[in-house]
Design a protein around this ligand. Structure first.
Ligand SMILES: Nc1ncnc2c1ncn2[C@@H]1O[C@H](COP(=O)(O)OP(=O)(O)O)[C@@H](O)[C@H]1O
Ligand SMILES: [Mg+2]
Length: 544
């Protein structure tokens, strides 16, 4: 039924969102009263999550509002989204207790240091928020949370769970909220009802639709506003009558993306290239977009009218919908993408943003490229120092692909596998190990491959497969790196203890016996080594 009842959200311009807007109104009212709130808006692409966030922001003009948007891109940068969100609040950094302040400074690249503890970063963000809320109630809006970098996602989820009685609200929107947001209350955004869907559809179609065709479109789009507005566009009455009915086969998001592809294909070459630059640049920095476009010789003035409906060039560059971005990027050829990434790299300041620059260069590389691979390694160390394990793994992975020299490739593949392991990306880590093995590792490297396999087995399942693998690696390392061999025996022993009775080969006794034949260091034994000795004796000879 069409919603004609005046009430909350009636000035929103949104159709059929009375109860959702009322919930947003309540949330803002609660924050004004000094209470905290957290909420996830969940729903498929185009269902209207961003539109609801816009409504929320518009109704909170008396609050301090900070925003971040996750961006679909194959570049993971540690804490990028958190930076976006907290950037406007950083002038209160001084007021934070010094360990928290220090953690934030490292995370945001303001100072160097050890990767800070996640917990400390979370606390620091909480402090920043409550400090800001002392002045005015604070509303944090995080759109497209499914694309946040991992470090930001975990931190923000931590913060959302621990808001106390302070005037702070965090509202996320996500297609499929990640596990970390499970404990945050959720509002599922569904399609609009029939009457509202009909109104949206007729606003997008110039001619009068046959009633049966109209009802079928509404049923197939399940009231998804973007689908209702976008899918019929550019189609004739006859096409509309015959062309639907594929939604289930392809998925609604796929259909909508297809329709954006059709639209992009009708644009002039310059307009299309401008869209591609915007799609390849995840930050949404208008100056960067203009600089890169200039390098590519795109006649900007001529493109405005064409791109207006798809791209907004304001303080930030934003696509009308993320599906426009993916449509644009997907339809470009490899060569077109490479040129655009190269222009973006050249337009990016090496000192201000070396990591993004390295990433664009990497994406622009046609084949192995040693200098770029080396730059990526540096970016990986920086990411690691900030606690961005997934980001470090991503940089290293790309550096492996760009390594022409087999020796470098093996070395980087091992480092990338280790970073992936620490980031919890086990499958990726195993693939990298296979790659290292295929590039003829030397004996020590081959032992490292085995060691990492054992560590992955342990970290991923804690089951019985890890001890024998670790044991084998330790044995092999005895001659090559006695220190590491002993550490590995200790790992194997820990793994066997965990696996308990499940361990067949590599049982506790076997694992305890093995290191006794290993060469002993000449220096005094470390505590962990003494422990291993003691346990080994206990397990093989029983209590004396
Ligand atoms: N209730 C609504 N009434 C009218 N238009 C809507 C409504 N919800 C969304 N839209 C429009 O549909 C399009 C997609 O909505 P958007 O909020 O971007 O979806 P999402 O963020 O869930 O992918 C936008 O152009 C938006 O303005
Ligand atoms: Mg959205």
């Amino acid at each position: 039924m069409e919603s004609r009842v005046p009430g909350p959200g009636k000035h929103s311009g949104l159709r059929g969102r009375g109860s959702e807007c009322a919930l947003m109104d309540d949330l803002v009212a609660a924050v004004r009263r000094g209470e905290s709130r957290s909420l996830v808006l969940k729903g498929e692409a185009g269902i209207g999550k961003t539109a609801l966030l816009e409504y929320l922001i518009a109704s909170a003009s008396d609050l301090t509002v900070v925003r971040a948007v996750g961006v679909q891109s194959d570049m993971e940068l540690a804490f990028a989204s958190l930076h976006q969100l907290c950037g406007p609040l950083l002038d209160t950094l001084e007021t934070l207790p010094s360990p928290q302040r220090h953690a934030m400074e490292i995370v945001f690249g303001l100072s160097a240091g050890e990767a800070p503890d996640r917990f400390l970063v979370g606390l620091a963000v909480l402090s920043l928020f409550s400090e800001a809320a002392e002045q005015r109630p604070l509303l944090c809006v995080v759109d497209d949370a499914q694309w946040l970098d991992e470090a930001s996602a975990l931190t923000l989820a931590f913060v959302a769970r621990r808001l106390l009685a302070e005037p702070v609200a965090i509202v996320f929107a996500a297609r499929e909220p990640g596990e970390e947001l499970l404990h945050v209350s959720e509002l599922e955004v569904a399609g609009v009802r029939k009457g509202d869907a009909r109104a949206l559809l007729s606003s997008a179609v110039r001619f009068k639709l046959d009633e049966r065709v109209r009802d079928r479109i509404i049923a197939e789009t399940r009231g998804n506003p973007l689908a209702l507005l976008e899918l019929p566009r550019g189609l004739t009455a006859r096409q509309l009558a015959g062309g639907f009915g594929l939604v289930e086969a392809q998925g609604l998001a796929g259909r909508i993306e297809e329709s954006f592809v059709r639209r992009v294909e009708t644009l002039s070459d310059d307009a299309r290239r401008l869209l591609l630059v915007a799609a390849a640049e995840p930050v949404g920095d208008p100056l960067l977009l203009l600089a890169a476009s200039e390098r590519l010789g795109i006649a900007l003035s001529a493109t405005d009218a064409e791109t207006d409906a798809l791209l907004a060039l304001g303080e930030r560059v934003t696509f009308r919908h993320p599906l426009v971005r993916s449509a644009v990027y997907r339809t470009a050829t490899r060569e077109q993408r490479r040129q655009v990434h190269l222009a973006l790299a050249e337009a990016t300041d090496r000192t201000v943003d070396p990591d993004r620059r390295a990433w664009h260069l990497a994406t622009a590389a046609a084949g192995p490229n040693e200098p770029v691979a080396a730059e990526l390694e540096q970016s990986a160390s920086r990411a690691q120092a900030r606690g961005g394990l997934a980001a470090a793994a991503a940089f290293l992975h790309r550096s492996v692909v760009l390594s022409g020299d087999p020796e470098q490739r093996v070395r980087r593949a091992l480092a990338a596998a280790q970073a992936s392991l620490h980031a919890g990306m086990f499958e990726g880590a195993l693939e990298l190990l296979a790659l290292a093995e295929a590039s003829t590792p030397d004996e020590l490297q081959a032992a490292h491959v085995e060691l990492l396999r054992g560590q992955i087995a342990f970290a991923s399942s804690m089951g019985p497969t890890a001890p024998p693998l670790l044991l084998k690696a330790a044995k092999r390392l005895e001659r090559l790196d006695p220190e590491l061999a002993r550490e590995t025996y200790l790992d194997a022993w820990g793994a066997a203890l965990f696996a308990g009775r499940l361990a067949s080969a590599g049982s506790l006794v076997e694992v305890s016996r093995a290191p006794r034949s290993a060469p002993r260091p000449t220096r005094p034994l470390r505590a962990s080594e003494l422990l291993l000795d003691g346990w080994a004796t206990l397990c093989t000879e029983g209590r004396a």
